[in-house]
Design a binder for this molecule. Sequence first.
Ligand code: PPE
Length: 304
Amino acid sequence: MVPKTEKIWMDGKFVDWDNAKVHILTHSLHYGLAVFEGIRCYKTEEGPAVFRLKDHVERLFKSAHIFTLKIPFSEEEIFEAIKETIRVNKIDSCYIRPIVYVGYGNMGLYPKNNPIQVAIAVWSWGAYLGEEGLQRGIKVKTSSFIRNHVNSNMSRGKVAGYYVNSQLAKIEAISCGFDEAVLLDTEGYVSEGSGENIFLIRNGYLKTTPLTSILEGITRDSVITIAKDLGIDVKEERFTRDELYISDEAFFTGTAAEITPIREVDGRSIGQGSRGPITEKIQSLFFDIVKGKASKYKHWLDYV
Ligand code: PPE
């Protein structure tokens, strides 16, 4: 169960957690058109700080733009509402879920006459793929489900409907005894995890999927920056599943997943079959950054 907090922001007002309800004929619930964000706020010595808040709010508005949803608030209003939701709930580390959805009104596939509504919830969310996964790495299965074609679902938009494909992959992976799925794109190259971007490391350089069939991850972008700062070469190039099999190290990135090492893919161990040294170095700097311990990256933090 999601651990409750006190209040949820709904269309400009705070509502008690238990009363944060919508009508059963809410359009998005039936047809999957809702854009959302996943953001984390970390406890730091100077109080709670949100990681790359501006970038997340911008992506929310870009997602809405792609799907022609007109958000009835400005970017500044959503930015402030997120910070206010954290303050009101007196929480110093949390996951933040803003969602823009098509409300109750007409049914049928033309959403343009329905109200566009916005909600922001926060709750405490620990390691997405387990604390042990962060330390030791996880077991991944190449999914039998293919990532949506670039002209099917608009991968640049973080839209609810995108995640039906992800859930098919995740359910299959778990039922086969794995921790997570990696999906291939329509041409057979590696795209991303069900809710994460993916990186591999070979001969000291980092490789990650180019921004074609994947979500433009903010953690992915952070890792590229961190790696370059550490003097590690980064290639944004497509790669095959067998390149993953013979990589020295691999990891997933995402707001929820943070930086989760991959220790096995389809029954083949990756490197030593545990978290690799370069992954550990990047992961450790990432956690220092989000916890406000790396002054060079303070501009990525927004104090609540
Ligand atoms: N790809 C997908 C498909 C994805 O859902 C995410 C985030 C990413 C890449 C990484 O993006 P970023 O968070 O900007 O680094 N997935 C979100 C939803 C997870 C969930 O289960 O809900 C997240 O990590 O918040």
